[in-house]
Ligand binder design. Structure first.
Ligand code: URP
Ligand code: ZN
Ligand code: ZN
Length: 493
């Protein structure tokens, strides 16, 4: 028997800090040693010619979520985690729902049981739609005790959205408990006003989804979310930034010392209005919120990734098939309103459930568009795909690292493999990918999860139920900046 259960030998390792040649020795699911010519392991994997990165951490995806109206997202924990692992993501954070008018305990009971079918490691953000005293003073502290240390709020969608007053209550509670807050930033009333005008004018195509929520709608809500977080002195992450207008708000706030971070997703640097205009209603496949922008926006998003304003790239994977979108009646949790029908029988843009499936393609698209095309280097790829999210969400040292002591979650990338993305080769439960036909250079050959080969050349070996719940620590950030000018700290009351 060797010293190690598994040795990954001869690869080029890329961490968030550096690129170097070494073997990786793994014992009991953890990285035990790094070095050249490590002694033999019980099992050996050759990484010659391959790049080895930490396994991806997708800190924003919707899996098997149960809406208040009874809709269940089609992606199950088994299929979604198979897709994640096949695309190089070894852990993800999805969402515990709160239904409006319900306690946390009574919203989607059984959801945590369902998650136990995951093949990848997983955790939850708690969605807050109704921050009653009971929820904020009893239920949220109990969640934090269990290592569920991040809250998610929406400033749009009916019935998910919070008023500014409710949002402040969430921020203040989070500050008191040392929890992190993530925010969907769009102005609900502005979108509703635009939708009404578009429908009145008979404009119902999927492209009009983008017209109903232009960048200014995202910019306004981003500005407001940051201002309220600044008032409370509570760190936040702005989810799925789609445009320079919103990114500039984050950059300006960070420059004055506000603790705000920005996330974006591959759809915002690869897809555009063109994808919303496919024939035969196929534009519905690209309906997500914030909406896709003009193609010219992509270069601006890349600049904000390069300057560090947008420092986490997630999938925002959302499990609605094209077949489901065609039948949409407008009441889905992530749709925006009454179901106006079109002459062709398809639903108007505002009834199409929002979101695109991307948990498997997130990292290959980021690797290809980022690393292979020379926009980012390998350490930046690692920061965007796992290391920064691990810090923000209390998993630093365990995930997103190649250092000894970290979980042995590894992806062996073939940087020269050229292929095109094809639905028929993906593992998710959704009936399409919006990236169909996209040429990519670089693909995961092997994914290792806690020292076990989870995927080899597209074949998923990890069993349902082999993923573990990740109880998370506090975010790795200093708390409190003393920014409140008059010394009166309402959040501490
Ligand atoms: O369109 C999107 N992004 N759907 C998923 C729900 C959300 O807003 O994150
Ligand atoms: Zn959102
Ligand atoms: Zn989302």
């Amino acid at each position: 028997m060797g010293d190690f259960d598994l040795v990954v030998r001869g690869g080029t390792l890329a961490s968030a800090a550096e690129v170097f040649e070494a073997d990786i020795g793994i014992k009991d699911g953890v990285i035990a040693a790094l070095g050249r010519n490590l002694s033999r392991g019980a099992e050996e994997v050759s990484a010659k010619g391959l790049i080895v990165t930490p396994g991806g951490l997708d800190s924003h995806c919707h899996i098997e979520e149960i809406g208040q109206d009874g809709t269940v997202q089609e992606e199950s924990f088994s299929s979604g985690s198979a897709a994640a692992l096949a695309g190089g993501t070894t852990s993800f954070i999805c969402f515990l729902p709160q239904w409006k008018g319900y306690s946390l305990a009574d919203s989607a009971p059984g959801y945590e049981e369902q998650a136990k079918r995951s093949r990848a490691d997983y955790s939850f953000h708690q969605i807050i739609t109704d921050p009653t005293a009971e929820v904020m003073e009893k239920e949220v502290p109990a969640l934090v005790q269990r290592g569920i240390r991040s809250l998610k709020v929406f400033l749009t969608y009916d019935p998910l959205r919070l008023t500014d007053g409710e949002f402040l209550r969430v921020l203040a509670t989070a500050r008191r408990l040392g929890a992190f807050v993530t925010v969907h930033c769009e102005n609900f009333d502005a979108i509703g006003w635009r939708i009404e005008a578009l429908l009145k004018a008979g404009l119902t195509d999927p492209l009009q989804h983008a017209w109903s929520r232009p960048p200014v709608v995202e910019r306004e809500a981003t500005h407001r979310a940051i201002a309220l977080a600044e008032l409370v002195d509570q760190p936040i992450q702005v989810f799925h930034v789609s445009c320079e207008d919103a990114a500039a708000e984050i950059a300006a706030a960070r420059a004055r010392g506000v603790k705000v971070w920005g996330e974006t997703c591959p759809q915002y640097f690869t897809l555009s209005h063109d994808d919303l205009q496919g024939a035969d209603f196929t534009g519905a496949k690209a309906v997500c919120s914030p909406a896709l922008r003009e193609r010219s926006e992509h270069a601006r998003i890349w600049r904000r990734i390069q300057d560090g304003t947008l420092d986490v790239v997630t999938s925002d994977h959302c499990g609605f098939s094209f077949a489901t979108a065609k039948k949409a009646a407008g009441s889905s949790a992530y749709g925006t309103g009454a179901a106006a029908q079109r002459p062709d029988g398809m639903p108007a843009f505002n009834a199409i459930p929002n979101g695109v499936p991307g948990i498997e393609t997130r990292l290959p698209v980021l690797f290809s568009e980022g690393v292979s095309k020379g926009r980012i280097d390998l350490p930046t790829f690692v920061k965007l795909s796992s290391a920064n999210a691990a810090k923000l969400f209390g998993l630093a040292g365990r995930k997103g690292t190649l250092a000894p002591g970290g979980d042995a979650d590894l992806v062996l990338w073939d940087p020269d493999r050229e292929t095109t993305i094809a639905q028929e080769r993906l593992h998710h439960a959704i009936d399409y990918t919006p990236w169909e036909g996209l040429p990519v250079k670089g693909w995961p050959s092997i994914t290792i999860r806690r020292g076990e080969i989870a995927v080899q050349e597209g074949e998923v070996l990890a069993a349902p139920g082999s993923g573990r719940f990740l109880s998370r620590g506090p975010y790795a950030l200093a708390r409190g900046s003393g920014r409140v000018p008059d010394g009166f700290d309402a959040a501490a009351l």
